[in-house]
Design a protein around this ligand. Structure first.
Ligand SMILES: *Cc1c(COP(=O)(O)O)cnc(C)c1O
Length: 242
């Protein structure tokens, strides 16, 4: 009887080759958008994937990895504890009562959308004397299943972050509608670019809101054409998640 070890299929994944292919997609999209390839950061998303695959990405020169739950992020951070060249980006929703683990283990948080959570993160970050780079998550599709602020609340929310000096605002994050309709996906990304312009025009918090975290395996080209500077890529690098 054949025995399949859990996750055995993962070892067949050639992470370095997949990273090269994704990087080539990024470069082509940048060329078409008239942007330098260096203006887009590839953030590998390792959720549900084992350390063996993360090790391959590390060997290929990547040092920041995205996870969508703080539980899994904390587990993986513990696995790599003591390695100061590995950092973690929490890219999914965070409950206020789990702010402590995020404050301890995450360097980036891409899904900030509540002042109460900002307060709690500030308190927890002070306790461990750390800072956290944050992106405001925007619900650009209007779908009720998605987290994030409605676009019209983003500017006032951004202003409300002023007291939290442990949170370093980097920009905006969104998930576009999951659809084959390119126009609908584009509209989501265009909205984020427009919000970025508003924040800059009004000089909110006096920072540039320079980073737009948007684009995944299926829509990174469209995101880059609308100004994405961080693309969060899982499937195209590490394979499907079953
Ligand atoms: C899983 C995930 C991604 C990566 O999605 P892929 O389609 O696998 O590239 C990006 N962003 C968030 C918030 C995710 O949860």
């Amino acid at each position: 009887m054949a025995v399949t070890l859990p996750g055995a299929e993962d070892h067949a994944v050639d992470v370095a080759a997949n990273l090269r292919a994704v990087q080539a997609r990024i470069e082509r999209a940048c060329l078409e958008a008239g942007r330098p390839a260096s203006s887009v950061r590839l953030l590998p998303v390792t959720k549900t994937k084992p350390a063996a695959l993360i090790d391959q990405a590390l060997a290929a020169g990547h040092h920041v990895f995205g996870e969508n739950t703080v539980q899994e992020l904390a587990q993986k951070a513990a696995h790599y504890a003591g390695r100061d060249d590995v950092r973690w980006a929490l890219i999914g929703h965070l409950q206020t009562n789990k702010a402590r683990d995020a404050a301890r283990h995450a360097s980036e948080f891409h899904a900030l959308a509540s002042v109460r959570l900002a307060e709690e993160l500030q308190r927890r970050l002070e306790a461990v004397d750390r800072t956290l780079e944050v992106w405001i998550q925007v619900n650009s599709s209007g779908e009720t299943t998605k987290f994030g602020l409605p676009p019209e609340q983003v500017t006032s929310f951004a202003r409300a972050l002023a007291p939290f000096d442990r949170l370093v605002p980097r920009g905006l994050m969104t998930l576009a509608v999951d659809s084959d309709d390119r126009a609908a996906v584009s509209a989501c990304f265009a909205k984020i670019q427009e919000l970025q312009r508003d924040l800059r025009d009004q000089q909110v918090l006096g920072c540039g809101w320079d980073d737009l975290s948007m684009g995944m395996s299926g829509d990174l080209e469209l995101a880059i054409s609308h100004g994405a500077t961080t693309v969060r890529i899982g499937t195209a690098i590490f394979g499907g998640r079953g």
